[in-house]
Design a protein around this ligand. Structure first.
Ligand SMILES: *Cc1c(COP(=O)(O)O)cnc(C)c1O
Length: 386
């Protein structure tokens, strides 16, 4: 039997909070953010142009090690536009994982494409490169350099793995399968700022990668996202599409296609510039928290989800695995009743009504993880983060 009372005592001790609600993940913010936002107000540029947008993009690009970063209103918009510039068109199929936040599948759907759900791995919680390859072998073929579904002839255009809870997927193996089959790799690295695979930042293995800066992520801009790429033409097109496809002109409104109003406002970018200054300290504190969970798990026999071999995780949300669904539900009820916020993983996409009829494989690992993994309080420790 899992000792839920012992777990609650441990978390309250970790955060030095004997009573009150302990959130799943609280943003760290203060004087630094106030100062940067005040600067933005004083500059009179508060909306979707301004120096802080450039500064934020440069800071993110330098941190993850890419040439170009394009800031957007949120991570979902970033994914939508990344898929558009990756060439995803109405009628296409896009392979992704069923174990993800709904934004991944929604962004594919916004393009008029249909998601295909393949299984994840026990160890990484991310897309299983063998499941990707198996689905392609069974259902697809390459015709004149284009991967198409046999029978329907629909292009299988792209692949969107997700770095679950900040743990890097086996992205180098996924990239190999994508290269062999001609799929464009777009990484949903929304949860993975600060996560590395083989020393390289998550989100930089694909043609494009996407990060989210929603309020519950490692750092936040209130709401925000970024598209990263080393490809200058793709970055330019992403910038164009997110600014209503307006052609540069001193006064005229000329738009050369149907674009989106998706650029990050300068106010949010100012907040983000402050958050980037804290990022290294926040990541260090998140590792402290993960280390404390790992030690407690070893002592008390909990199944803690460690970073995968060959990877460094940002430990965005720490996770435990419980023996079965019943034990998980007992844990969720008791912890939340005691003010210690815990959450199950997302309902897998194929069990949501709008995605129930999509193509998929057996999703055995997805089902097992979805029924047994819980997220536990993971904020940086009080006083950390600059
Ligand atoms: C947070 C998140 C997104 C983007 O979410 P926004 O709230 O739109 O910034 C996309 N995919 C995953 C997996 C996420 O966790």
């Amino acid at each position: 039997m899992f000792d839920v009372e012992g777990f609650i005592r441990f978390v309250r001790g970790l955060y030095g909070q004997p009573e009150g609600v302990i959130p799943l993940h609280a943003p760290v913010m203060g004087a630094l953010e106030k100062a940067r936002v005040a600067e933005a107000i004083d500059s009179t540029y508060v909306s979707s142009v301004g120096a802080f947008v450039n500064r934020f993009e440069e800071a993110v690009a330098a941190f993850v090690g890419v040439r170009h970063a394009v800031a957007t209103v949120n991570g979902t918009a970033a994914l939508h536009v990344a898929l558009r510039v990756a060439g995803v068109q109405p009628g296409d199929l896009v392979v992704t994982q069923a174990l993800t936040f709904v934004a991944t599948a929604n962004a594919i759907t916004y393009c008029g494409a249909a998601p295909v759900f393949v299984d994840v791995e026990e160890e990484t919680l991310g897309m299983d490169p063998r499941a990707l390859e198996a689905w392609l072998r069974q259902h697809a073929t390459v015709r004149q350099g284009v991967c198409v579904e046999r029978g329907s002839g629909r292009p299988v255009r792209a692949c969107v793995p997700m770095h679950t809870l900040g743990h890097p997927a086996r992205i180098e193996a996924i990239a190999e399968v994508c290269a062999e089959w001609g799929l464009v790799l777009v990484e949903d690295a929304a949860e993975a700022i600060g996560s590395l695979r083989q020393g390289r930042h998550a989100g930089t293995f694909g043609r494009l990668g996407v990060f989210s800066f929603n309020g519950n992520k490692v750092i936040t801009t209130g709401g925000g996202g970024v598209i990263v790429t080393d490809d200058e033409a793709l970055a330019r097109r992403a910038r164009h599409l997110t600014t209503t496809a307006k052609r540069p002109h001193a006064w005229a409104f000329e738009h050369d296609e149907v674009g989106y109003n998706y650029r990050l406002p300068n106010l949010n970018a100012a907040f983000g510039v402050a958050q980037m200054e804290r990022l290294t300290a926040l990541l260090a504190s998140k590792r402290e928290v993960a280390g404390a969970y790992a030690r407690a798990a070893q002592r008390d026999g909990w199944h803690f989800v460690h970073e995968p071999a060959g990877a460094r995780s940002n430990y965005w949300l720490n996770a435990l695995r419980l023996p079965d669904v019943a034990a998980r539900d007992v844990f969720l009820r008791a912890t939340n009743a005691a003010g210690v916020m815990t959450r199950p993983l997302w309902t897998p996409m194929h069990r949501l009504p709008m995605y129930a009829d999509c193509r998929r494989d057996a999703l055995e690992v997805t089902e097992r993880l979805a029924g047994t993994v819980v997220n536990v309080p993971s904020s940086p420790l009080p006083g950390r983060g600059g």
